[in-house]
Design a protein around this ligand. Structure first.
Ligand SMILES: [Zn+2]
Length: 273
């Protein structure tokens, strides 16, 4: 009896998309079962919202799967991409892996909070199908395309976007048992300092190459500039998932708004299936 030892693999389609912020052409392939398992394991770690280690494990598992699903360019590192682009790629990965249609369970929160009945039928919950892209809005479009903040006449700083790598670093610092709660309040400033790429003067640009350089430069800035740098980051392009509906029970207009596509698609979230 002949046994064919070669296991055939099923071909899959790929999709090429252009990222929002960095305008890179990225080709994605669908998530495979082995990667779905990684996501499920990551999700298991996310039971407790305050578990920073669980959160970073979950984020890492999403980034790991996203990285694996990028067919080209081969040199792209998702950890170094601005978070808007990671959110966008996660959305596209969801589309190519599970389809463009998403089922949402929308709940009118005030009606839910008032509900004291034990009825199985909840008239304030609706289930609706959406095309994923119909839920997407890009806010602050092309804002801060020029990544320089002018601090004074002839004096500016070049800023880089927040990346997932920075977020992971931040979570790592929060996990550190040696850091007291007092120090935690300065952590976001430490991360902010790491977004300063260079100092721009009329005749030259001085690159801040090391973590220490960036920290040292930031610490020497007049503190009024902290707000300016924060405003820059708040004003950056972002992808928002949003929709409106009318509650069938109270008739009020309700809005769903989610800025974190990673959480939304989860790729395993409880609200989106
Ligand atoms: Zn209602």
């Amino acid at each position: 009896m002949d046994i064919n030892l070669e296991i055939p693999s099923i071909p899959y389609e790929t999709s090429t998309v252009k990222t929002i912020r960095t305008k890179k052409l990225v080709t994605l392939r669908p998530i495979l079962v082995k990667e779905e398992k990684i996501l499920l394991m990551g999700k298991d770690r996310l039971d407790d919202e305050n578990d920073k280690q669980g959160l970073s494990e979950w984020l890492k598992s999403i980034l790991q799967v996203l990285q694996a699903c990028i067919v080209s360019p081969s040199d792209i590192k998702v950890q170094n991409l601005p978070s808007v682009d990671v959110n966008f790629l996660v959305k596209e990965l969801r589309k190519i892996s599970k389809g463009e249609v998403i089922n949402l369970v929308l709940t009118c929160i005030p009606c839910r909070d008032e509900d004291k009945t034990a009825d199985k039928i909840k008239p304030y919950i609706i289930r609706k199908k959406f095309n994923i892209d119909d839920l997407i809005v890009i806010e602050n479009k092309d804002n801060n395309a020029k990544n320089i903040i002018k601090l004074e006449e002839n004096y500016g700083i070049e800023i880089s976007d927040y990346t997932m790598g920075m977020l992971l670093e931040y979570l790592k610092m929060l996990e550190d048992p040696d850091s007291s709660s007092n120090e935690i309040s300065t952590l976001d400033l430490d991360i902010l300092s790491q977004t300063i790429k260079a100092v721009v003067l009329p005749d030259k640009r001085v690159e801040l190459n090391t973590k220490e350089d960036r920290q040292k430069f930031f610490d020497s800035l007049p503190s009024k500039y902290i707000q300016k740098i924060k405003e820059y980051h708040n004003g950056i392009e972002r992808m928002v998932l949003t929709t409106e509906w009318n509650c069938p029970k109270c008739g009020e207009k309700r809005v769903l708004r989610e800025v974190d596509a990673l959480r939304f698609f989860g790729l395993t979230s409880t609200t989106a299936t």
